[in-house]
Structures are given as C-alpha cells and as structure tokens.
Ligand binder design. Structure first.
Ligand SMILES: [Fe+2]
Length: 319
C-alpha cells in the first residue's frame, strides 16, 4: 500500500525546495491530504495548546458529554446510529471578526493561546495556498484573492474531543464527509488515532504524529482547480480507549466571495465535455452544505450548477 504523505517544510526555502514542492503536488493530486512536519509552529507552543484544550475538556465539556450520552441512551444502542456523532465540540471564529472573547467557559489563558494559535495557522494556511498556486501555475496570491470577497476570508476552528466509545462500530466519532471550505489544518492527538480517509475504496488511517499538522483540501479548492485537486471523504472512528483531541481550523472563502474554476485550469477538453465546475457565492454553497454534509458531494456541485444556470451573478460589493 502507498504510504500516507508526510512532508517536511524544513527546507522549503533552501536546497530541497523543488523536491518538497513535488511532494506537495503529488499529495494534492493523489491524496487530498498530507501531514506537515517542521511547519514553523513551535512544538512547545503546540504542547501548550494541547494541554489547555485537554484541561478545558476535562473541566467543562466531559460531564456535559456524559449527560448527553445518558439522556440519549447511547451507551446501550443495538443498531447503527446514523444521525449523530460521538463527539464533544465547540467552535471559535477568528476571521473576518473574532468571537473568542464571547465564547463562554474559556479560561483567559486558553483564550489567549487559541488566538495566538489561530494567527500562526492563518499564516501557515496562506503560505500553503501560495505553494499550491505555484504548483498549479497560478500567480502568487491567486487563491487568497479568490477567497477574499469583500471582507476577507472566513477562518474558524472546531475544537473536538472524541471520548472513549463502547460501540464504535454502531456510532461514528464523525460520519464520513468532505470539508466544504478551502484548506483545513488539523492539530490532532498524537496518541489516540481515529481519523481515516477514503482512498481507492479503502479507509486509510491518518497516523497520529507528535507536533504535526494534517492538511486537507476542501470542496472550494476542488472547484477553483476544476477538479485537479479533490476534496476527499474522511471520518473519525471513535476508540474504545482514550479521548482523542482534534483541533481543526478552516481557512475558507469570505461569505460573499464568488467561487469558480480558475480560467487557466479549465482545459479545452473539460469545456467540450461540459465538465466545468460551477460558479457560485460561497454563502449559497454553505447553506446547501449544512443540510447535506454527510451525503456525497457531487450532487452539491450539480445543484450549484443548476442555480448558476438560472441566476446571473451581480457585481459583488468591494467596499
Ligand atoms: Fe472534516
């Protein structure tokens, strides 16, 4: 079996740039996922994020989750649960406007650290987008600009914990889906595994690795690259032992950004065969996505195509 791509950014600006760019290209084209090491975010800082996240879970979230499980009788289910996930989560928004100061129950230190973490991840996401531009033959800044809309990108974090689950075959940690947005950066538990992606019809583990950042491609990059890069189905299998931490940050288009295939990436052949991805406002895609997240993505693209045929997109305000 092919090996899950682990890529070091250590020499991206040195004598291994070409080889590193090639690894990123291959991962984007063939996996939709890769794991980054030496990405520039200090290991000690990541340890602090992990410690505070786990502390917050134990102090604030764990009891709530136990109560939820009890109230729904999830411990004793006998048949597959298809409308719920075995996860405890909360969300933070960083861009266009941060909501961290309003999120309840967070310790001040934790708020501060998550704000700092988001800044580092935002920078890394933008660096990655430019590396993708280079590999795709797009001008520097193309993807960042494509996401910009009138207020800049949307950037947020979903903090999840997957507690030990007595019936992992009957209830998923997180059901299979592709991510709706742009590029996703994940800081996952280095001991408790569970994240899997679907490749060539097989579920493959995304291996836990200390201080790494897992990167994956969302639906919007699939559209902009006209399918050269694809978002890939993934899921979380809850484990019977250990609580899995997962901090996923989503660098997405602004809500009014108009998303469409980069003209230079639409080949004549695709045009002739009517295999061009749709053009739409990101917010409209998200409205649809939230109702069909756990269904295949192709009908989503088709639905946006149908809308596109009926609506002429007006000019987007830039002020
Ligand atoms: Fe996801």
């Amino acid at each position: 079996m092919e090996k899950f791509p682990v890529i070091s950014l250590e020499k991206i600006n040195g004598n291994e740039r070409k080889a590193t760019m090639e690894q990123i290209k291959d991962a984007c084209e063939n996996w939709g996922f890769f794991e980054l090491v030496n990405h520039g975010i200090e290991p000690e800082f990541m340890d602090t994020v992990e410690r505070l996240t786990k502390e917050h879970y134990r102090k604030v979230m764990e009891q709530r989750f136990k109560e939820l499980v009890e109230s729904k009788g999830l411990e004793a289910v006998q048949t597959e649960v298809s409308d719920m996930d075995w996860e405890s989560t909360f969300h933070l928004r960083h861009l266009p406007v941060s909501n961290i100061s309003e999120v309840p129950d967070l310790h001040d230190d934790y708020r501060k650290v998550m704000k700092e973490f988001a800044l580092k991840l935002e920078k890394l996401a933008e660096e990655l987008l430019d590396l993708l531009c280079e590999n795709l033959g797009l001008e520097k800044g193309y993807l960042k600009n494509a996401f910009y809309g009138s207020r800049g990108p949307t950037f947020g974090t979903k903090v999840s914990n997957y507690p030990p689950c007595p019936k992992p075959d009957l209830i998923k940690g997180l059901r299979a889906h592709t991510d709706a947005g742009g590029i996703i950066l994940l800081f996952q538990d280095d001991k408790v595994s569970g994240l899997q992606l679907l490749k060539d019809g097989q579920w493959i583990d995304v291996p836990p690795m200390r201080h790494s950042i897992v990167v994956n491609i969302g639906d919007q990059l699939e559209v902009i690259t006209n399918g050269k890069y694809k978002s890939v189905l993934h899921r979380v299998i809850a484990q019977t032992d250990g609580t899995r931490m997962s901090i996923a940050s989503f660098y997405n288009p602004g809500s009014d950004a108009v998303i469409y295939p980069a003209p230079t990436l639409v080949e004549k052949e695709a045009e002739e065969k009517n295999q061009v991805y749709p053009k739409f406002v990101f917010e409209d895609y998200m409205k649809l996505y939230t109702t069909v997240k756990f269904q295949p993505k192709e009908p989503r693209f088709e639905a946006m195509k149908a809308v596109e045929a009926n609506v002429v997109l007006g000019p987007i305000a830039t002020a």
